[in-house]
Design a binder for this molecule. Structure first.
Ligand code: SF4
Length: 713
């Protein structure tokens, strides 16, 4: 038996695992006791990863050969790599000749490794010349990115998981940590057991398992987070609980924010949030006056049409009270996916460039072009996730190359996404698994390697870079994602850069990583002090510049921020209601989220029968009184109608929810949840109902709030 140290493929906690294998077969997995993210712990998903790599899964659920069809009416034809690459290159070059480079868009994934992200970004912007590359991380943490940049000057979570053990108050907002980041939650439980004086405040409309564990649960009205945070700041200011010395020494813009929150009295905030005034005052005091307050936040803040405002308003609480830059303090955004952070670092998103550079900056673009050895890169940010599909639906983007994600199930406003895919002249889908909703729109399927089969790096929520390692070779003809990109790029280079040096002269992911590392030199995320070999020994946090003994656990300890002035910024924010109001016609608020044992669209976790034990099928959760008010029985089938479409699903009483709230897990597709759009066309899953209203700063869609009504069927 062989043992291989690697990293879990699921969430942003980034737990270290030890993969057990015999020959070409993965036989087991256990937590890595030496990994600082988990110290040997694994949750149910991580502990069953080996089951997703069993022979029966490989045979039935994995994409094992490249496949091609000229049009969607044809049957798939299995093909060799050489043949499919030649055909793909010919199609792409013909498309480019007819419509220009910007007719191609890339939609990638926070599941990809940093090396994969670098390869895709260099292909899209450096070789092909399109700015249109975005990631499903747009749906996950783009509001956190912009919130950090606006307030602190850089997209850098300033905290570490060890701060959980150093905090006196945990302020958990919009995060069901117990289910979405279970190993981190075990750490919270252990911290509370060790120090019962640790106070835990949870901000969530639902009384989740996380809220159940809290000392104070603020069950606010969905979408009222900014009003709550401003109400807290109002109380802190007028009670004298702020740190005037810290504000004066390290921030700018406070006076304008002080005026902006003047009218958000506790009474007003209580009214908007549907909370008792006393709870707001208690939370403000705990946050401000605890010796060390750490906030943890996730999709409840990010997936909102006011996502950036929510992030900023929370960060401002830390700035006003000096709860930042010390052990146990700071605003800590939790990433959903295993490598959303690495994608941000590699600049694999429409609004980012490598090394936290900005595609709107001519200086930054010139630096990236020099690093990559190309004359120039596209001179502006590209289209963000939903915008890219809007452009495809409008006929502006003619081809999409999609990797490691299933937009035909996971993007909001499915009718638009499906019309966009249908209209594309060419859809390339690079994936490890078969059966995705997007596959029915594809012309080319490229089989990708996945967990346990590929080498690279990922970065978790606390800026810690860990190695991902191959325990076994990929099955069939599957190849690693960076290799697939490199091989296509090499075939394109003679046509696009005749006679010039190769851009993709890599034979190992370490070579791609070294290019990524070079792009961080002198930047806030400088990792020039790290080596691939060193990461094999111990995961490290960034920054870790050349000469540093190890990475930094905490940022802004000297009170100097990443802005031009070195001061953190207070920016006035106005609370606004969610984009789609509840009405007499559609009186219920629908939110979506993750179950404890499942992951995304079930492609991987759905291969593990035990993952269905706690929730065999999707149910629309409703408060028992809401169920009764609608005259519905447990498990009764209903039609759920939003302005975008209709979905048929069974209902279940859920006392965690408030009145006028409904909740659906996000995982299931057409097997269980066949939806119809306004014109009767079939759609997959919960996003038949969700809306594409998005945050104006981050372009993150509002997946936590859609107005719905129920109809008995
Ligand atoms: Fe994997 Fe996240 Fe569970 Fe850790 S907490 S084992 S990273 S799913």
């Amino acid at each position: 038996m062989r043992e291989t140290r690697s990293t879990c493929a699921y969430c942003g906690v980034g737990c270290g695992v030890i993969i057990e294998s015999e020959g070409p077969r993965i036989t087991g997995v256990r937590g890595d006791p030496d990994h600082p993210a988990n110290f040997g712990r694994l949750c149910s998903k991580g502990a069953s990863l080996h089951l997703t790599a069993q022979p029966e899964v490989l045979a039935s659920r994995r994409l094992l050969q490249p496949q091609w069809r000229e049009d969607r009416a044809q049957a798939w034809q299995a093909s060799g790599w050489d043949e499919v690459q030649d055909r793909l290159v010919a199609r792409l070059l013909a498309l480019r000749a007819a419509h220009g480079p910007e007719a191609l868009g890339f939609y990638v994934s926070g599941q990809l490794l940093t090396e994969d992200y670098h390869a895709f970004n260099k292909l899209a912007r450096g070789l092909w010349g399109t700015p249109h590359i975005d990631s499903n991380s747009r749906l996950c943490m783009s509001s956190a990115v912009v919130g950090y940049k606006k307030a602190l000057g850089a997209d850098a979570p300033p905290c570490s998981y060890e701060d959980v053990e150093r905090a006196d108050c945990l302020f958990i907002a919009g995060s069901n940590t117990a289910w979405a980041h279970p190993v981190l939650f075990r750490r919270i439980e252990a911290a509370k057991a060790a120090r019962p004086g640790l106070r835990i405040i949870v901000v969530d409309p639902r009384r989740t398992e996380t809220a159940e564990f809290a000392d104070l649960h603020l069950a606010l009205r969905p979408g009222s987070d900014v009003a709550l945070f401003q109400g807290l700041l109002h109380v802190m200011i007028w009670q004298g609980w702020i740190r005037a010395d810290y504000i004066a020494a390290h921030t700018e813009g406070f006076e304008a924010v002080r005026e902006a929150v003047r009218a958000m009295t506790p009474a007003r905030a209580a009214q908007l949030c549907g909370l008792p005034e006393a709870q707001i005052i208690e939370a403000a005091q705990l946050f401000a006056q605890s010796p060390a307050t750490l906030s943890l936040y996730c999709m409840g803040l990010n997936q909102s049409s006011a996502g950036t405002d929510k992030n900023q308003a929370l960060i401002q609480l830390h700035l006003a009270t000096g709860q930042i830059g010390r052990p146990g303090t700071g605003p800590f955004s939790l990433t959903g996916q295993p490598n959303a952070m690495g994608g941000r670092e590699a600049g694999g998103m429409a609004t980012l460039l490598p090394g936290h550079r900005d595609p709107a900056s001519a200086v930054d673009r010139a630096e990236v072009a020099r690093l990559w050895g190309v004359e120039q890169i596209p001179d502006r940010p590209g289209k963000t996730a939903v915008e890219m599909f809007e452009a495809a639906e409008a006929g502006e983007i003619k081809a999409l190359w999609i990797a490691c994600t299933d937009p035909a199930q996971s993007l909001p406003r499915q009718s638009l996404v499906r019309a966009a895919l249908q209209r594309c002249e060419l859809v390339v889908l690079q994936d490890a698994f078969t059966g995705s909703a997007t596959a029915e729109f594809a012309h080319v399927l490229l089989p990708a390697a996945t967990w346990g089969e590929k080498e690279g790096t990922v970065t978790n929520s606390e800026r810690r870079i860990s190695r991902v390692r191959a325990a076994v070779p990929p099955p069939g003809d599957a190849r690693t994602d960076w290799q697939i990109v490199r091989d296509l790029a090499r075939r394109l280079e003679p046509a696009l850069r005749p006679g010039q040096p190769r851009l993709f002269d890599w034979n190992h992911p370490a070579e791609a990583w070294l290019e990524h590392r070079a792009a961080t030199r002198g930047r806030d995320l400088d990792i020039t002090g790290l080596s691939y070999a060193g990461l094999e020994v111990a995961p490290q946090q960034w920054p870790c510049p050349a000469g540093a003994a190890q990475g930094r656990a905490r940022l802004y300890e000297d009170g100097r921020f990443a802005t031009d002035s070195g001061r953190a910024r207070f920016l006035p924010i106005a609370w606004r209601a969610p984009a789609e109001p509840l009405t007499v016609e559609r009186p219920l608020q629908l939110s979506t989220g993750r179950l404890r044992d499942q992951w995304h669209s079930l492609s991987r976790s759905g291969t593990v029968p035990a993952a269905f034990a706690s929730a065999p099928a999707p149910r629309l959760g409703l408060h028992p009184e809401e169920l009764a008010r609608h005259g519905l029985r447990q498990d009764e089938l209903v039609a759920v109608e939003s302005a975008r479409g209709t979905l048929h699903v069974r209902v279940a009483a859920d006392p965690q929810l408030g009145l006028r709230q409904a909740w659906l897990p996000m995982h299931w597709g057409s097997e269980y949840l066949l939806g119809r759009d306004e014109e009767g066309a079939a759609m997959h899953g919960v996003n038949s109902l969700s809306q594409d209203a998005r945050c104006p700063d981050s372009a993150q869609p509002e997946l936590k709030f859609a107005a719905i009504r129920l109809r008995r069927v």
